[in-house]
Write a protein that binds this ligand. Sequence first.
Ligand SMILES: N[C@@H](CCC(=O)N[C@@H](CS)C(=O)NCC(=O)O)C(=O)O
Length: 208
Amino acid sequence: MILYGRNLSPFTRRVAIWCALQGRDIERRELMVAGPDFEEIKANNPVARVPILVLDDGTRLIESFAICDYLDETAPNGTRLVPERGAARLACLQRLAVGQSTAEKAVAMVYERNRRPEELHWRDWQARVAGQIQGGLAELDRAAPGPEANRGWSGEDGPDGGDIAAIIAYQFVETTNPWLLEPGYPRLAALVERGMEIEAIAATKPAA
Ligand SMILES: N[C@@H](CCC(=O)N[C@@H](CS)C(=O)NCC(=O)O)C(=O)O
C-alpha cells in the first residue's frame, strides 16, 4: 500500500500510525498539497487532499475516517484500534471525533495565521477558531485516560484510535501554534508523553 501525504498533516499521520500499530508495511509518498505536488495529488484524489491510501490492487481511498475504518475491518487479529461494536465503539469514535475536529480547526488556523498575508488577517475570526481549538483540547484533556487505567491507555493493551487522535491533535497544535496550549492540558500532555514511548508515534512526530 502507498500512503500519500506528510506527517505534518494530522490526518495523514493518523493513517501512518494506524498502519504501523497494525504492523503493516507501507510505502510513503510525502507530497505537499500546498506546493508543486498539487497535480499529482489531484490525479489520485479529485478534491486534491491528503491522506490518500492506494491499496495493492490500485484502489484509492480518501478521508482518514474511511481509511482507518478500512484498516480496522481488514486488521490482522487483535489489532483493531476502534472496538467493533457497542458502547465501547461509540465512546472511542466520539473521542476520535473530538481529536479529528480539533485537528481540523488547528489546520484552519494554520491557513488563517501562518499562511494568509498579515494584512488580510481577520482577528475576530482567529479568536473564534482559537476558542474552538481550545474547546477541543479541553475536552480531550478531560477524556484522556489517567496513568491508572490499563497502563495509561484507553485500549486494552495500548492506545486506541481515540488516544491516537488526541495525541496527534495536541502535537499538531504544539508544532504550528504552540501559544494555543497556554491554558495547560496536563492529562493530555501526560498522554502525549506516554505516546512518545511508542515508536509509531515518536517516529511520525512532525518537525517544528
Ligand atoms: N477530512 C479529511 C481532511 C483532509 C485534509 O484537509 N487534508 C489537508 C492536509 S492536512 C489537505 O489536503 N488540504 C489541502 C486543501 O484542502 O486544499 C480527512 O480526515 O482525511
